[in-house]
Design a protein around this ligand. Structure first.
Ligand code: ATP
Length: 864
């Protein structure tokens, strides 16, 4: 083996020989190598000559050995295993069978020595680096020797083998098993490029973690250069993450963190929800109104075009607001720039800004409903309904001593004129309070708080409102830019308003107390206020604040940019909703009614006009001034008495081994859920039915105000229940009647008993039997539900006994996930927000706000 001769260093040659002999047990022991003579105390020249002879002899021996033992000897085997694939180049003159001269031998000796010295130098440099372990240094040493030896040193058989086994092979195997990266695939930001092999890559990963706070890369992510490449974006992502999340030990927890972040960010969630909505659906639903709609259709089209040109989409605004507030909220509560703006704007020292837009006389020249010479003092008082703020700011109510006198003259127009952009709906609410029996329409709401609504806890508007209340103690109209009149009802006018200094939009219902008192409508306003203060439901309005002055009572509520369902229905093809859309809307309304009933509120004024569409496409049931407040005694109905659907309540388990079908003991459930020899789909279906039946058969809590009775003549003509018209006294069942009319109208585009006038309508309600038009085609389930709801005798009406729970189980709603309906994609989203003009901007646009003029202590503003 020619390589032997390469170990020209005497000591190492001896070592090498020993090793070699040991390792190759079958080596010819009789053969005496000249090298054994090394160590004799001859002169240098003699030694060199011996060496030279040895080299020559070794070279020739190698050739002999190979030829003799080819194919069978371990030596040959060993020679075949030489790590030639490693690519270590052989120095010329070494490893061949040609004899070398003394000069050549000396040159090679020098080269070898020089390369070794270089390697040692490099090693001493690298090992001085902190943090490298002893094992790492040893490996580094091996590596350096290998590199240097393979590059310029002699290629010893044994050395090369060792190189492969110790330095390269283990490194590869370690790399693949432990996932440490080879140097050539290190991440750009990894440290220790000078460090070698295994230890360096390990160190590099650690360094990456420490420096960037990133999550340590998992084995599989770096197990090969390819994978590393594939995971590079992940590393970048993690790097971006470091500012917001602490390092986490695994990538799965990173994903969780990201999801949590996304989940905890209301703006993101909303955007994500929007992104889920298929665009064609949205566009497809924005059908132009058919020509038959004449004026209505033209108006719709006109409004759409105009608003598309000029509106400021609320979604964008809100998102930006949220972003703005979120960005700043990290430092301290209420310390966002938006809040600072609020502070600046609301600071008493900067009343100029405040006074530009509020505390004004409302004038409506163009509309018949107007506020003329209406003025309020600069300290229009606040009595926040927010329990939180009220508690923390006891001074709020004490400021009421500064109340200044205000007057408001209101020309009241008919409601239908105000609303009648799309149709001449005669569905104005009737609010004759005659008498109530056994219940009080005026009962007090206790323990209500508009500041404590869990489902809105992340709402940025809460924070903005709270901040104003905390900063100022009182909240008034001066804190809002009134942007637009949204509509006018029986007891007040609703404005779109922006909280000054924020982009938070609200709907403010302004009621003139003097006017209400004169018209004996104060109880209605009071009822609405009290009910609003109780509510905390995704399909019911959130009352952010309420403040009153001598003459004005203001309710600050959530703004719904999508208009109402009456308008939306008229935009539909054929002026009726497709059944799935109708099902969606009535289902959400049903949940809202269920909630109200549980609170002891009979709504009594259900109609599409009172159902607003939120920016996310879900609904909001508004307008509670006609509602009836009563007591409710929750009742637990046992399963045996619950026979809403005999077919479906036949028991959770049809298995004969289940002795008690209604038993929910685990022993009885086992047969139901044990594997059966059914196809997977059929099994899943059966399981679903079984579970549904089981749930249905469970004892049920009914919290309906079934005993409520009122003799008030309230409601809207087309929606009035027969018992109200007949004056027999009514209870919660009136809501199920109106629910039936509502579903009918959504599906058929008109109400079932509408006559030529109100009297005829009322007569039809009482006397006429229910008929379904031939078109549009409506499912028998829907018609069945309507039929059940529009039973004239309230006691036989569907839902009268068990309320919403009973209705929810009707086949019309089969398959509907009630618990998650608020997360489902609505039939359509409001395409824009018809604010009309941006809330902030140039002086020109600002002038489009309700114009403010200072008149002495008071301010006047003209309305549009
Ligand atoms: N939160 C809101 N977001 C957007 N628009 C609203 C909001 N609340 C009310 N509106 C609009 O203002 C109009 C007037 O509402 P308001 O509740 O005062 O009157 P109403 O619905 O006619 O009821 P009523 O006459 O029985 O009091 C509504 O028709 C609606 O279009």
């Amino acid at each position: 083996m020619g390589s032997f001769s390469g170990t020209c260093e005497i000591v190492e040659a001896g070592e090498e020989l020993n090793v070699d002999q040991h390792s190759r047990g079958t080596y010819d022991k009789d053969r005496k190598l000249p090298m054994l003579k090394l160590g004799y105390k001859d002169s240098l020249e003699v030694d060199i000559n011996h060496l030279f002879e040895a080299i020559t002899l070794k070279a020739s021996t190698k050739g002999l050995g190979l030829s003799q033992q080819a194919g069978t000897s371990p030596l040959r085997k060993s020679a075949l295993k030489r790590p030639i694939t490693v690519g270590a180049p052989h120095s010329p003159g070494f490893g061949n069978s040609e004899p070398v001269t003394l000069k050549q031998a000396l040159r090679e000796l020098c080269l070898s020595k020089a390369s070794e010295m270089a390697a040692m130098k490099r090693l001493s440099k690298s090992t001085s680096s902190p943090g490298v372990s002893e094992a790492g240094r040893i490996k580094t040493l091996y590596h350096a020797v290998v590199v240097e030896a393979s590059g310029s040193g002699p290629s010893l058989d044994k050395e090369e083998k060792s190189v492969v086994e110790i330095s390269l092979v283990p490194e590869e195997s370690k790399f693949s098993s432990s996932g440490k990266m080879p140097e050539q695939v290190k991440m750009p930001n990894m440290k220790s490029s000078s460090q070698s092999a295994h230890s360096s890559s390990q160190y590099a990963v650690t360094t990456l973690d420490n420096n960037t706070g990133n999550i340590p890369l998992q084995d599989e992510t770096v197990s090969s250069p390819r994978k590393v490449g594939a995971h590079t974006p992940k590393v970048e992502l993690l790097q971006k993450e470091k500012h917001t999340s602490a390092p986490s030990p695994s990538s799965s927890s990173t994903v969780r963190n990201i999801l949590e972040m996304v989940e905890n960010d209301p703006a993101s969630t909303k955007l994500a929800n929007k992104a889920l909505v298929p665009k064609p659906m949205r566009k497809g639903r924005s059908q132009p109104v058919s020509s038959s709609s004449s004026i209505v259709g033209n108006r719709v089209g006109k409004i759409s075009r105009n608003t598309l040109r000029s509106v400021k989409p609320v979604v964008r605004n809100k998102s930006s607001v949220k972003k703005k507030l979120k960005q700043n909220s990290s430092s301290a509560a209420c310390s966002s720039s938006a809040y600072n703006n609020v502070n600046n704007d609301l600071d008493p020292r900067t009343t100029q800004v405040v006074c530009e837009r509020c505390q004004c006389t409302l004038k409506n020249a163009s509309k018949q409903v107007s506020f003329t010479s209406y003025s309020i003092g600069p300290n229009d008082e606040v009595s926040p309904s927010n329990e939180h703020s009220g508690a923390s700011k006891p001074g709020i109510t004490s400021n009421s001593c500064n109340k200044s006198k205000a007057s408001m003259k209101m020309k009241k127009n008919s409601k239908s004129k105000e609303k009648g952009e799309f149709s001449q709906s005669s569905k104005s609410s009737q609010g004759e309070y005659s008498s109530s029996t056994s219940i009080s329409d005026e009962s007090n709401v206790s323990g209500s708080s508009c500041g404590n609504r869990p489902h809105m806890s992340k709402d940025v508007r809460w924070e903005a409102i709270r901040h104003v209340q905390m900063q100022n103690g009182v909240m008034g109209l001066r804190h809002f830019n009134l942007l637009k009149k949204l509509g006018c009802g029986d007891i007040g006018t609703v404005y779109l308003a922006e909280l000054v200094g924020t982009n938070c939009l609200f709907a403010i219902k302004v009621m003139d107390n003097e006017f209400l008192a004169r018209r004996k409508k104060m109880p209605r306003a009071q009822t609405e206020r009290e009910i609003l203060r109780m509510l905390d439901h995704p399909f019911l309005p959130t009352l952010y604040a309420q403040f009153t002055s001598d003459n004005l009572s203001c309710l600050v509520m959530e703004y719904c940019p999508g208009g109402d369902l009456h308008v939306l229905r008229q935009k539909q093809l054929g002026r009726s909703f497709p059944e799935p859309a109708a099902r969606f809307y009535v289902a959400e309304v049903l949940l809202a009614l269920e909630y109200l009933h549980m609170l002891g509120v009979v709504y009594r004024d259900l109609k599409p006009e009172n159902i607003l569409v939120r920016e996310d496409g879900h609904i909001m049931l508004t307008d509670f001034d006609l509602s009836l407040r009563c007591t409710v005694s929750p009742t637990l109905l046992k399963s045996s008495s619950f026979n809403a659907d005999p077919v479906k309540t036949s028991g959770p388990c049809t298995d004969s081994s289940c002795a008690q079908p209604f038993c929910i003991e685990p022993s009885c459930q086992v047969p139901c859920f044990s594997p059966r020899f059914l196809p997977a789909a059929a099994r899943a279906r059966k399981l679903k039915v079984d579970v549904a039946s089981q749930v249905r058969s469970l004892p049920q809590l009914v919290a309906e105000p079934t005993d409520a009775r009122s003799n008030s003549f309230v409601g809207t003509h087309e929606y009035l229940a027969p018992e109200i018209i007949k004056g027999e006294g009514h209870g919660a069942a009136v809501d199920w009647w109106t629910f039936g009319i509502f579903l009918y109208e959504l599906l058929y585009g008109r109400t079932p008993f509408k006559g030529c006038n109100n009297e005829e309508t009322l007569a039809n309600v009482v006397l006429q039997s229910l008929k379904f038009p031939d078109s549009p085609l409506v499912s028998c389930q829907a018609r069945d539900l309507i039929r059940g709801l529009l039973v004239k005798e309230p006691e036989n009406r569907f839902g009268s006994e068990k309320g919403a729970a009973e209705i929810k189980q009707h086949p019309f709603f089969e398959g509907l996930n009630w618990a998650l309906i608020r997360c489902t994609i609505p039939p359509e989203l409001p395409e824009f927000c018809d604010i009309g003009f941006p809330s902030t901007g140039s002086q020109e646009t600002k002038s489009k706000f309700l114009e403010c003029k200072t008149t002495g202590e008071h301010l006047e503003f003209e309305l549009f």
